[in-house]
Design a protein around this ligand. Structure first.
Ligand code: ZN
Ligand code: ZN
Length: 257
């Protein structure tokens, strides 16, 4: 008798949970439908309704099949994906994954809008997918490269800028990549402490590592939206290396001009 009652209560709770889940999904779909009807999305390249980057235009983007040295960007790609032999000794970045180039017509249109809502939230997924497509083009063994020793860290912007704009493009992409690759992202390990211009020489000591325990002996993927041959990523890598990271790789949607 007592057991039957317990079983009934359990079934009731399970049904309630199931009902809640159905209603939740229903409300999410209804919200999306209303938003799409009131504010339809148009592809930033071809103007077709449905998404800010439609599938057809996504496949038109020239996704790189090779890697270049992040510092000299010699016309010849590097064979092992690593920083070239001439730059290697002086630099902390082990290499760079750059999905495409700012010279690509569609990338240029997308990145010029990836600065404000609603584009920021809507485009971070497709941009992370572009990076994944680049990894796949390189035929990297994703399972062994992105192992349990790998973590993602976005290249930080300074606190004042973060307060002003309320988001960081690099962090948005890093969060999506983290979901796709199933590896953790840490946004509060590397902090920008000085508001220096990326081209200034005094960029040194602009970054600080807040939690050395998290990065110890880790392979770090430093995420940036546009890689612009600046000192920002290298300086970030150098701080992480000094703080105990094993190796640091740059990852960017595109290389800037
Ligand atoms: Zn399109
Ligand atoms: Zn080089």
């Amino acid at each position: 008798m007592w057991k039957t009652r317990k079983l009934k209560i359990l079934i009731f709770y399970l049904l309630l949970l199931y009902y809640n889940q159905i209603m939740r999904n229903y409300f999410i779909r209804a919200k999306e439908f209303i938003l799409d009807t009131l504010f339809p999305k148009f592809c930033l390249n071809c103007g077709r309704e449905g998404a800010y980057l439609c599938q057809d235009c996504f496949y038109l983007i020239d996704i790189l099949k090779v890697q270049y040295c992040p510092f000299c960007f010699r016309p010849k790609p590097v064979f092992d994906g690593k920083t070239c032999i001439l730059c290697r000794d002086k630099k902390a970045l082990s290499g760079l994954f750059c999905a495409s180039s700012y010279e690509d017509r569609i990338i240029k249109k997308i990145m010029s809008q990836f600065k404000r809502e609603p584009y920021l939230k809507e485009l971070r997924g497709p941009l992370a997918e572009l990076i994944i497509a680049h990894f796949l083009n390189l035929e990297i063994d994703l399972v062994s490269f992105f192992n349990e020793n790998t973590i993602l860290i976005p290249v930080p912007i300074d606190i004042r800028k973060m307060r002003l704009q309320g988001f960081s493009q690099s962090e948005e992409i890093a969060k999506r990549l983290s979901v796709f690759l199933n590896i953790p992202v840490y946004s509060n390990v590397l902090i920008k402490i000085k508001n220096t211009d990326i081209r200034e020489k005094n960029i040194e000591e602009s970054f600080r590592c807040e939690n050395q325990r998290i990065i110890k002996d880790k392979r770090i993927l430093l995420i940036e939206d546009v890689f612009t041959m600046d000192l920002k990523m290298e300086e970030s890598a150098s701080v992480l290396k000094r703080s105990g990271a094993k190796e640091i790789w740059g990852v960017a949607v595109c290389r800037g001009l």
